[in-house]
Every structure is written in C-alpha cells, then in structure tokens.
Design a protein around this ligand. Structure first.
Ligand SMILES: Cc1cc2nc3c(=O)[nH]c(=O)nc-3n(C[C@H](O)[C@H](O)[C@H](O)COP(=O)(O)OP(=O)(O)OC[C@H]3O[C@@H](n4cnc5c(N)ncnc54)[C@H](O)[C@@H]3O)c2cc1C
Length: 474
C-alpha cells in the first residue's frame, strides 16, 4: 500500500519536528517553506565572517527534545550546553549588575543587603510554582482541548489552592513574594520571555521561574542554536522528507469538508491526504482559509505579543564584561512596561537584551572578535507602523550599552544589521510583526486558543506555539 501523503506548510521548529514524527510513522512527507532557509524564527544570519542566531538564543524545557528523540527513535541531532550563570541584569541607576544563578547559594549572595531573607522567599516562590507545574503539566499544559466542557472539566481537576494565580497578574504575585523592586523586576522578566509584560501576564506563568531556575535551566547549543535545525534537516533527509524553499502558500481549495489542495505564489498546486500548518494558526485561518472569525479586523482586536527590533553586531575586540545573556533595564519599570507595547513610551532609552553568542560558541566570530545580538521588545505594526526611525533607536541602544558596559562599541563595530518588526513580519508571515504570536491572556489560552485540529477541514492540523499552550521553541 502506498504511504499516506502529508504536506507541511512551514519549516519552523514545529514543522520540522512534525515532519520527523510523521516520517517515523511511515508518512510520505513534503515541506513547503516561504523563506529561502529552514528553521523559521530559529534561523541564522551569516554576514562579514560572523554568525548570529536570528531569534532564539536559549532553550528551557529541554526534556521536550528528549521526548522527541525517544519517540522517533533517532540519535540526539545536536548537543546542549547548560548555562550557569543563567543571565545578568543591569538596572539603570543601580551600581550593581545582578548575576542570576541556578545555584541557590550564589543566587542568594546576589541579593544580600537588598532583599531580606531572600533565600527563604525564593525557595517559597519556587516551591509554590513547582507545585503549580506538577498539578497542571498533564491536566492542562500538555493537553489539547476538543470542547469547552472538556476544558472546564480539566480545570476543575487543578487543586483549588492555585485559583488565585489565575486571577492576579504575575507582577502582583511577585510583589507578594519579594519586597525589593530589584527582585520583583528580575523575577518578572519571564513575563517578557512570553512576549508580554508581568503586568498583563497571568500569575500562573510564574511557573516558568520554576522551570528555568530549578527544574531544567537554560540551554544553548554547541555550534550555535541553528545546529538544532542543521541536525534535524540531516535526519529528515535520511528519512526521505523533501523541502521546497521560496514556496509561499497563498490560496486553498476544499471539497466536502476536506482540504483538497494548496496553491503557492507561483501558481503551483500541492495536494496531499493530510495537511499540517506550521504558519501562525490564527493568521492562516484568516488569510488563506478566509474564515471571518480570523479576518484582519478580528485579528487586530486580539492581543498579540511584542514585536522584535533586533540588531546583529560584529565587534572587533573582546567583551569580557558581558555574559551569554544580559538584560539592560531602565529606572521607570512600571511606566515603561505598561506603555512600551502600545507605543506610549519614548525610545530615547529603551529596555533591551544582549546576547554574546561567541561567549559559548567561539566559531561564531573571527578570532579577536565577538558576535553581539540585541533584542529590543517593541510595539507591533498596529501600534507603530512606521519604523523609519530604526537607525536612531538602535544608536540610542548602542550608546547606552557602551556607557553601561564600559566598552566604546561605536569604535568596535565592523558589521551591523538591523531587523525591525516589518522585516520579521515579512520574512515569516508573523502577524503585524508580532514575534511570539497571540498573547497568553486567560481568554486566549487553553480552549480559547485557535485549536490545533481544524474546525472545518477534517484533514488539517496546526503545529505552532500559537495553538499549543507554550510559545517558546520546544
Ligand atoms: C526575536 C525572537 C527571539 C526569540 N527568542 C527565543 C528564545 O530565546 N528561546 C525560545 O525558546 N524561543 C524564542 N523565541 C520564540 C521562538 O523563536 C518560536 O517560538 C519558535 O521558533 C516558533 O517555531 P514555529 O515552528 O512554531 O514557527 P516559525 O518559526 O514561525 O515557523 C513557521 C514557518 O512557516 C513559514 N510560513 C509562514 N507562512 C507560510 C506560507 N503561507 N507558506 C509557506 N511557509 C510559510 C515561515 O516562513 C516559517 O518558516 C524567539 C522569537 C523571536 C522572534
């Protein structure tokens, strides 16, 4: 019997791993990718002798990869590097740079004289979020919900003591856990990892602190993050999976409740028994399947995550004061966090994240150089459609980083690339440039999130962080 044909739209991490799972089950798999290179947002920029991770710079939840490897029977296709310290945080106006360790003794030493009884408070916070994780991982986090009653039923199985975490914000939870603004700000950064702010992220997502600080940690990959894609592509080739690049799906035809074919921008028609959509699940339903519930007007009213302004700098000289991950925050945290994604704050002094890939992967820069990547979480194109000021904003960041790191970067830069939200949107069809898709509001998670089985076509599925409760790589 001929194997069933599966067509996957998108070669992001979701598309590649689904291709692997399906090929391991005997499907004949083809991937169609809009971009010229696989990986989606987990991509690579090679320029002037430097290599930059385009988007993701670390992983948590590495156990999800263990499960993939085990269930598909492959050799591990790449090698993790566990990071310790996890990251540093520099807050404008405070002399000290905080180094955040997984090791509790070292971590507690960072907060001496700043947060009284830090260790007890941190242990309490991590114990609380650990219990929440254990009580929800199988009931909620790892599940799909095919009906609202099923979702409600699962929610009722979560112990009542976690109830308050559903109704308050992450910021409120952290204010109850810590007294100092430093500890509150630093441990609320996981809200930004979700592409939102701790003020509008439900407290339940504080469980990320447990996952990252106690359960799993932070991981980089030997040779750079793109080695994940390189490793997966090698396995997929061995399994006979074909990938067509520069192939963007623009329309669809259906018959009797089944998707019949997809057509690309060049007019080529693609047929299959099953279709898996790795593009944004809400956007694809609206733009390609023409579903009124997901038209532009409706999508604009939904809550989307931050849009990335990213900068890739090749630097001559070494930047030993900086770690693999570094956060630079200002002194107006509440005002900035509440206004930034609505374009209500000035970009004179933006908040930003700096990654030195060459710290753990020396091959990413020529000898005596560093590859430096800056991410400035920014408003999406609904709130800031015009990015003609991108150079000026980036210059503000470079000047600020020079001052706070002690390196005159303006004299050290030998390569510079800037990507603003419209570039990100265009490259990977990210709605209005939103970097992490739909936000994790209570009314946009679980049953309320676009499902990963299509509501109309019985042979269509979605794989992307958008339908699944998580939104990071694994
Ligand atoms: C700047 C930035 C930093 C990040 N940092 C981290 C991090 O440090 N750690 C972490 O875990 N996560 C991070 N993330 C999130 C992470 O990158 C994503 O969650 C993950 O890569 C998404 O994978 P995906 O396969 O679901 O989607 P994508 O990577 O978006 O893949 C979807 C693919 O579908 C293709 N596509 C879309 N429409 C079509 C179409 N019509 N036809 C054909 N192809 C199409 C796209 O080109 C793309 O290749 C970051 C994201 C960004 C933007």
């Amino acid at each position: 019997m001929n194997p069933k044909k599966a067509l996957i739209v998108g070669s992001g991490l979701g598309g590649l791993t689904t291709a692997l799972r399906l090929a391991a089950k005997g499907f004949d798999v083809t991937i169609l990718e809009k971009h010229h290179r696989a990986g989606g947002r987990l991509n690579l920029l090679e320029k002037d002798g430097f290599k930059f991770d385009l988007g993701p710079t670390f992983f948590s939840m590495s156990y999800e990869f263990d499960e993939l490897v085990k269930s598909t029977g492959i050799e591990y296709p790449f090698e993790f590097i566990e990071l310790e310290p996890l990251f540093t945080v520099n807050i404008d106006g405070i002399d000290k740079t905080f180094t955040i360790y997984k090791d509790m003794d070292k971590l507690a030493a960072q907060f001496e004289g700043i947060e009284p009884h830090f260790r007890e408070k941190m242990e309490k916070h991590l114990n609380k979020t650990e219990t929440l994780y254990n009580d929800t991982i199988n009931r909620i986090i790892h599940r799909n919900f095919n009906s609202f009653p099923e979702y409600l039923l699962q929610l009722t199985k979560v112990p009542l003591k976690h109830g308050p975490l559903i109704f308050k914000s992450m910021w409120k939870e952290l204010c109850e856990s810590f007294e100092s603004k430093e500890a509150r700000m630093i441990f609320s950064l996981v809200g930004f990892f979700l592409g939102a702010t701790p003020f509008d992220t439900p407290a339940i997502f504080s469980l990320l602190n447990y996952i990252e600080m106690r359960h799993d940690g932070y991981h980089n990959v030997k040779g750079g993050m793109y080695q994940i894609v390189v490793g997966l592509l090698k396995v997929l080739k061995e399994k006979g999976v074909t990938i067509h690049y520069n192939t963007e799906i623009t329309t669809a035809t259906s018959v009797d409740g089944q998707l019949k074919s997809l057509t690309d921008r060049q007019g080529r028609e693609w047929t299959a028994d099953y279709f898996v959509i790795n593009a944004d699940a809400a956007w694809f339903r609206g733009a390609i399947f023409n579903r009124p519930k997901f038209n532009t007007e409706k999508l604009d009213k939904m809550k989307w995550t931050m849009a990335p302004l990213t900068v890739y700098l090749g630097v001559k000289g070494k930047l030993d004061n900086l770690q693999h991950h570094n956060y630079f925050l200002g002194s107006n945290f509440d005002e900035y966090a509440k206004g930034v994604f609505k374009n209500q704050v000035s970009f004179q002094k933006p908040y930003y994240y700096v990654n030195i890939a060459s710290r753990n992967n020396p091959d990413s820069a020529p000898v005596g150089h560093e590859s430096l990547y800056i991410l400035c979480p920014s408003p999406d194109l609904r709130f800031k459609p015009d990015w003609s000021d991108r150079e000026a904003i980036v210059q503000n960041i470079i000047d600020d980083l020079s001052e706070r790191s002690g390196y005159n970067l303006n004299e050290m830069i030998v390569s510079k690339t800037i990507l603003s939200p419209e570039h990100w949107g265009e490259m990977f069809n990210l709605y209005k440039g939103s970097g992490l898709g739909l936000a994790h509001d209570m009314n946009q998670i679980g049953w309320f999130r676009p499902a990963n089985k299509d509501e109309k076509y019985s042979n269509v599925y979605y794989v992307a962080p958008q339908p699944y409760p998580a939104l990071v790589c694994p």
